[in-house]
Every structure is written in structure tokens, then in C-alpha cells.
Design a protein. Structure first.
Length: 277
């Protein structure tokens, strides 16, 4: 097997990885749910490469993201649902259908008319998709109702904020921040109980409830949860790096350091930050 610029080679590689007995044990045990986090991660890494204006990384990350598409398509093909070719056909059909002003005849000759035309075509596509869902027996429609206006295809923290804001429009909301803190304490208690039982699904469910409540308090005190968490991530990176450099200066290494020793330098990093404020 040799590298190639032809997409067919990538499809061959994925087929080989998913071939029973001779394929890769890790790839063979994956399914849509287990691969989903990697798909999201690769999308974020594409965005990160763009933000850093690193085109070498962007090329590599786009390849990783393409692999995710190929992986999902291969698993669907194994189930007899659709293949990578069907994915390509679907998106090319959609782009041609949504751009009649380019690929057919249309009077949409300015941005406003193009937008109106685009919305009309999407509305028709939505009706067609609803019919297909009904034929498959997919009854639950997350696009319906008041909260259907909130797109699911976004980071979970962002979606939570928007869901809460949407519900607040009709009065389904806390009137002040203090009761939310009590709710957070309640959710922590329920998470403790779930951990005692040791049921993974229940733990994940209660953890989600806790995070949702924390997002709510952030919204009420006007602190965007996504940005707040990014700030904490940056702070954690900085403090952990201080642990590493402090250990190096002391002639020690991270792997052999005790938790107490690392905590010592962590607290030192916190003191330094406070002194700089």
C-alpha cells in the first residue's frame, strides 16, 4: 500500500483497516458513537490551524478530518446504508440545487435574491428530509418547537447557553442567581450518589445535569461559560508549565515527582499570579 493523491487510495486503506481478521483491531471495534468525539476533535483542530494561520498544519488537519468522513461512510456501507460515493453525490447534488444562479437558470443576480432563493430551497429540502425521517420511523424532531430554533451542531456549552436563553424568552428561567447555586449543590449530591452506585450511564447523566446548572449560573452573572472555561484552560496550562520548569530547575523530573511536590509548585504559581495582579 503506497500513498496517493487519489481519494480511492484512502478508501482502500479504510476498507483494509476495517476488514475482519486482517484489519486493525482498534479500527474494527469502533462504531459511530465511539468515533464521534474524534470527528469533533479533528474539526476543532482544523479551526485551530486556521486561527494560527499555519497552512502546513491545515493541510494535515484537513486530511485527518477527511479520514473521519471516510471512516463514518465505511461503517455505513458495512451496514448497507450508504457509501462514500453516496456522500459525495449528496453534497454535489445539494450544491448544484442550491446554486441555480450558477448551474442553471435563475434571476437571483444580487446577494439578497441569492439568500432568498437559498432559504426557499432549504425549506423544500427540509420538507423532503422530514418525509424521509418519517419513512424511517424517526419520530423525535429536535427542529420542532421553541427550542428547535437552537442549532444542535455546535459546542455543547454554547448550545446549553442558547437553549437556556430561548427558554427564558417565555419565562422558563431562574429569576436570580442565588437559587441556581442551590441547584448546583443538589446536582453535586446526585452525582455523588451515581458515583457510589458506579453506573456509568447514570454518572454521565448526572454530570451533564451539573454542567448544565453551572452554565446557567454563568449566564446569570454575565460570564460566558465557553470563554470562562477557555480562561481556566489557559491558567491550568500556565500553572502546570510552572510545575515542570520548577522541577527541572530543582534537578527533578515530572514523572518521579510526588503529588505533594507538584502541589507545592502549583501553589507557588498561584501566589505568583496573585502578586502580579
Amino acid at each position: 500500500m503506497t500513498p496517493s493523491k487519489d481519494i480511492a487510495r484512502l478508501l482502500e486503506i479504510m476498507a483494509a483497516l476495517r476488514t475482519p481478521v486482517t484489519g486493525c483491531p482498534w479500527d474494527l471495534e469502533q462504531d459511530f458513537d465511539s468515533i464521534k468525539p474524534y470527528t469533533l476533535e479533528e474539526a476543532y483542530e482544523v479551526a485551530d490551524a486556521i486561527e494560527r494561520k499555519d497552512l502546513d498544519d491545515l493541510r494535515d488537519e484537513l486530511g485527518d478530518l477527511l479520514l473521519q468522513v471516510v471512516f463514518h461512510a465505511r461503517m455505513a456501507e458495512e451496514l448497507g446504508e450508504f457509501s462514500f460515493g453516496d456522500v459525495v453525490e449528496a453534497i454535489t447534488s445539494k450544491m448544484i440545487r442550491r446554486h441555480p444562479h450558477v448551474f442553471a437558470v435563475s434571476d437571483a443576480d444580487d446577494p439578497a435574491k441569492v439568500k432568498k432563493q437559498w432559504d426557499e430551497i432549504k425549506a423544500e429540502e427540509k420538507r423532503e428530509k422530514a418525509a424521509r425521517r418519517e419513512r424511517r420511523g424517526l419520530i423525535e424532531d429536535f427542529k420542532a418547537g421553541l427550542l428547535g430554533q437552537v442549532d444542535r451542531a455546535q459546542p455543547a456549552l454554547t448550545e446549553a447557553v442558547k437553549l437556556q436563553k430561548q427558554a427564558a424568552k417565555v419565562g422558563f428561567d431562574w429569576s436570580e442567581a442565588e437559587p441556581i447555586l442551590d441547584k448546583i449543590e443538589e446536582e453535586i449530591g446526585e452525582l455523588r450518589e451515581a458515583i457510589k452506585v458506579g453506573q456509568r450511564d447514570k454518572i454521565a447523566d448526572e454530570l451533564g445535569d451539573l454542567i448544565f446548572a453551572v452554565v446557567n449560573i454563568g449566564r446569570h452573572v454575565d460570564a460566558d461559560p465557553e470563554m470562562a472555561l477557555r480562561g481556566t484552560n489557559t491558567k491550568f496550562r500556565r500553572r502546570f508549565r510552572h510545575i515542570e520548569t520548577s522541577l527541572e530547575q530543582a534537578g527533578e523530573n515530572l514523572e518521579d515527582a510526588s503529588l505533594d511536590r507538584m502541589e507545592e509548585f502549583w501553589l507557588d504559581a498561584k501566589r505568583r499570579e496573585k502578586a502580579e495582579d
